[in-house]
Design a protein around this ligand. Sequence first.
Ligand code: AMP
Length: 296
Amino acid sequence: MELIRHNAEARRLVTELKRYGGTLGMVPTMGYLHEGHRSLMAQARRENERVVATIFVNPTQFGPNEDFERYPRDLDRDLAACEAEGVDWVYAPDVPELYPHGPGTMVVPPPELTDRLCGGFRPGHFAGVATVVSKLFALWQPDRAYFGQKDYQQTVVIERLVADLCLPVSVVVAPTIREPDGLAKSSRNVYLSPEERMRALALPRALQAAWETARREGATPAQVLEAARSVLAEVPALSVQYVEVVDPLTLSPATDLAGDRVVLVAAYAGKTRLIDNVSLAGPPPIKAPSPLEGMS
Ligand code: AMP
């Protein structure tokens, strides 16, 4: 495995790879890697000749009062994780390498996808994401790029980016990896105190209640929402930003439960912003305990 710090080196590797027609899978991350990232790398490893993982805390996707400075970083630990997953190249540039002129030219996704849900609370966030992902795609020219469903709105924005800009890359969306109790893995979970960690469990529980309610005969989006909200209301210390049931492609609020729908939630536990979601057509967020669990 090689650590790549500079674009010139990346270009040289890509040119060489293309010469013999090898496929490249890319896993863009902000580092502080966990099992969620690692599952994306493992899938990329299975499906491509070469795998590049990118580790870059992207300043343009953070708002002025967000956690860019204190975002957790540990490159040595991340390199060990990438190595264990069989990654070929880790691209970890400094900020000026990707932003030689400051923010410079930005890629702005359409407002109908970004002025709501997370985008409504994080103005400019998805322009930052679309910009950095465009740069990474331009530089590395991956055949496939892997993203987690955990950041559902991000996957929709990136799929649209690729379609609208005719980018020659397949976007692969992989399931959310969770802790055994249901909490979605996130680099930001390290911020949580033990009490906040307990409160955070209301997110997967709310999604579980929504998922179960959607299975009832004749269930409506309003009932699904109410099920999620009532679980979240049991934990008043959690500050909920939104809970919504949406169409999976347009992200507009669902008026019925015909076809797939996605329930998304964002909330603060203390100073830590958490997001999670579940597809109503997919598996439930919390696994039923196996009858053998706890037995030795
Ligand atoms: P981040 O480092 O948080 O920007 O995440 C990098 C990539 O990993 C994104 O595509 C995320 O959606 C994905 N990811 C983050 N957490 C998880 C998770 N718990 N399960 C699956 N993918 C995840």
